[in-house]
Design a protein around this ligand. Structure first.
Ligand code: FAD
Ligand code: NAP
Length: 335
């Protein structure tokens, strides 16, 4: 689209993971004619979202033999297109919440006015930042940022597995992985855990879990699959090698909310607040949020899809009840 393009849409969905496509399928079938701004292509993200970076998804219902992440996402997109969804492959960089219809601007300079907006921009797992870590994570070579998603895969059974991080996620991941692993080594950069007392105690008491304290991973070994790690002591600088059959990185997530800073209320950790329990409305009526961008707890494909469905229904009902016209002043008042 050219720089001067201006559109007016009834429902704009931002993001193209399970939340975005499910919202699109529901909105399209409800004849809301949704417009999906699916995100651009960058080094760390592509349209389709986080599942585009994984091989086997074994816990999404309906696929008894599992499904590869890319197939699942491309099929969701096809399903949304079948009902007339339209798509723009750019990022949203700006939303003006005080103006109604809401004014959105994309990386390509397209200006889109929207009667309702569904934000489904997801979150990105933080990675250590090593070249072979990224390569093996993308090729299914035994590096993952999601133990619940990948831990049960045959590749990780009866192996020594490393979990990097000292927070609750690392403890939870390590405890979960003990079901399948021979041994789990938690690699933490300090000698004190950040995790809550109860989670730390559970991990410390588990005989299958050992700790590499004051340690960071400086290299990941392996061609097709991971074979080991180089660890560096953060106090002495000493290096050592650790043979492992899997690496789970659990050093936190970052929600994709950079463009929402002064738009809707965010939690302290950057995730979008949805103040009414079991609703997807944000602090600005008419702007809804679904998936990992508002969920710092479950972060699963099926929960993202579920909240995508909720957001589409919430948006449809809000518009059916008159949208901002039924509640004058509500949007401008914002929060
Ligand atoms: P995402 O999938 O994160 O998609 C967000 C989309 O928004 C992206 O396409 C992005 O390009 C787009 N976007 C971001 N910013 C903008 C912007 N400003 N403008 C426009 N678009 C934007 N879960 C499971 O249930 N089972 C699994 O087996 C599983 N395996 C996983 C494996 C890996 C390696 C990872 C990283 C995650 C895995 N997960 C798994 C978690 C699952 O992928 C997420 O919970 C799910 O993808 C979240 O969906 P979402 O729609 O909220 O967002
Ligand atoms: P977190 O609390 O931010 O912990 C991240 C951990 O990773 C920290 O130990 C940190 O080390 C380490 N780390 C960060 N960057 C690193 C890097 N580049 N290299 C090596 N290590 C790095 O994140 P989280 O564990 O994902 O938890 C997020 C929130 O969810 C928390 O509020 C947590 O309580 C909650 N949560 C709760 C549960 C539960 O209750 N069951 C489960 C999961 C998550 P430092 O400690 O040195 O900073």
């Amino acid at each position: 689209m050219s720089e001067s393009t201006t559109l007016h849409e009834r429902v704009v969905i931002i993001g193209s993971g399970p939340a975005g496509w499910t919202a699109a399928i529901y909105s399209a079938r409800a004849e809301m004619n949704p417009f999906v701004i699916e995100g651009g292509i960058s080094r760390t993200m592509i349209p389709g979202g986080q599942l585009m970076f994984t091989t086997e998804v074994e816990n999404y219902p309906g696929f008894k033999h599992g499904v590869d992440g890319q197939t699942l996402m491309l099929d969701m997109k096809e399903q949304a297109l079948r009902f007339g969804t339209r798509v723009l492959t750019e990022d949203v960089v700006e939303i003006d919440p005080a103006q109604y219809p809401f004014r959105l601007v994309t990386t390509g300079g397209t200006e889109v006015f929207a009667d309702a907006v569904i934000v489904a921009t997801g979150a990105n797992a933080k990675w250590i930042g090593l070249a072979n870590e990224e390569r093996l994570a993308q090729s299914g070579g035994g590096v993952s940022a999601c133990a619940v998603c990948d831990g049960a895969l045959p590749h990780f059974r009866n192996q020594v597995l490393a979990v990097v991080g000292g927070g609750d996620t690392a403890m939870e991941d390590a405890l979960y992985l003990t079901k399948f692993a021979k041994e789990v080594v938690i690699v933490h950069r300090r000698d004190e855990l950040r995790a809550s007392k109860i989670m730390a105690e559970r991990a410390l008491a588990n005989e299958k879990i050992t700790f590499a304290w004051n340690s960071v991973v400086t290299e990941v070994f392996g061609d097709d699959v991971i074979t080991g790690l180089r660890l560096q002591d953060t106090v002495t600088g000493e290096e050592r090698e650790l043979e492992v059959g899997g690496l789970f990185v659990a050093i936190g997530h970052e929600p994709n909310t950079g463009f929402l800073q002064d738009v809707v209320d965010l939690k302290d950790n950057g995730y979008v607040k949805t103040p009414i329990p079991w609703r997807t409305q944000t602090s600005v009526p008419g702007i809804f949020a679904a998936g990992d961008v508002m969920d710092d707890y479950y972060r699963q494909a099926v929960t993202a899809a579920g909240t995508g469905c909720m957001a589409a229904l919430d948006a449809e009902r809000w518009l059916a009840h008159g949208g901002v016209d039924a509640h004058p002043g509500e949007v401008a008042a914002g929060h």
